[in-house]
Design a protein around this ligand. Sequence first.
Ligand code: GDP
Ligand code: IMO
Ligand code: MG
Length: 425
Amino acid sequence: MANTVLVGLQWGDEGKGKIIDVLTRDADIVVRFQGGNNAGHTVEIGENKFVLHLIPSGILRPEAQCVIANGLVVSLTGLDKELDGLEAKGIDISDRLFISDRCQLLFEYHCLADGLKEGQLGDQKIGTTKRGIGPAYADKANRCGIRARDLKRPETLRRKFFAEGEKYNRLFQEMGTAQLDLEAEWAKLSRIAARLAPMVADTTLLLNRAAAAGKSILFEGAQGTWLDIDFGTYPFVTSSNTTVGGACTGTGVPPNLIQEVVGVHKAYTTRVGSGPFPTELHDATGEYIRTKGGEFGATTGRPRRCGWFDAVASRYAVMLNGVTGIALTKMDVLDEFETLKICTAYELDGEIIEDMPSDSEDLARVKPVYEEIPGWCQDTTRVTCFADLPERAKSYIARLMELIGARLQIVSVGPRRAQTFEAPR
Ligand code: GDP
Ligand code: IMO
Ligand code: MG
């Protein structure tokens, strides 16, 4: 398998976990390159459902090695809990999970600061996952973050944790909110540090050496293109580069070692949290998609906002990521519609535009221009090859690919491994 980056092309939750699990069959190493435990990647295998937050979804294939690379902000308590959950389900991670010595550690004070900031913003809030992601990346940029290397040096970790924790506590005091009991936190952290320390390594060396030895690497993106800190619907974004460039800066693997970019895309659109969403449906159709698609957050349980396929946004996302193939998920959710709508352009202040505006305030004002296309009104959940899809489903997909200028690579018609097939080349 070629070295492949997998990114979400929308606002997250496109089904990346499921597609990673399928592609890992042919990969040697799976690596997360950005974000943190704001991500929730679901993989269903038989009757078992796993939700991964920090650990690559490839961990469910026993032969795969997995890497948490330098671009992440890693919650120690989050990772500890996730390891417990996997072990309880009989997943053996020993000797095959590696943590970059350069990645940033995320502590409880980051989560408290995240919640406070959101509270201050009131109805302008971002709608974050409150996992401390923004504050942890802010500390990285401010050059006061603590890196995973220190997990191997408990005394240094303790000193830095208390120094940073006291800074945050002064802030909490000024704001009149409860301070963090640093000694109690440290009691938990020192145990977790000892558990994780053997996994800490220079994963940049590990990945480049593996690539040189002919091993294949699968890069697992988190969130989605429109949540990217640079290209997303700023300020309603996450705090990392969720687009393809993040795979290089977040791992230390250069771009010439990457051959393919798989863009994961739902057959419709969802978003969780605040911010503009042109094709959002506030009616019974939106409610129907939410119920049929089980559109509730895998991390926070929040209901996801639902809407039609937005070809304007997705065309831009395909360009931005250099997508070489699309994995189209959740086709089955549209099985019962007599008519489907696709947004092909926007109207902005009386003018028709065909490109995604860079400004969120402009995007919040656009009105979608729709094209209607007949639905297939057939169950697709048992379809196992592209040829067996209803003709109208094939037409819908063909129109989407034409509008966004991309090649279809994979189709998904249900949450299970087996409900996935490749498109003809
Ligand atoms: P991720 O964050 O991109 O990994 O996606 P999530 O796991 O947050 O959300 C995707 C949800 O859709 C999960 O509950 C998956 O089990 C489910 N899912 C994935 N692919 C399909 C599909 O083709 N059809 C249906 N019905 N569900 C799917
Ligand atoms: P996966 O990897 C969907 C959203 C939050 C909020 C914004 C900022 O499962 O697709 P943050 O906590 O990152 O500071 O929140 O980003 N968000 C996600 N939405 N899927 C995700 O991850 C998300 N991770 C963050 O809802 O709007
Ligand atoms: Mg998710």
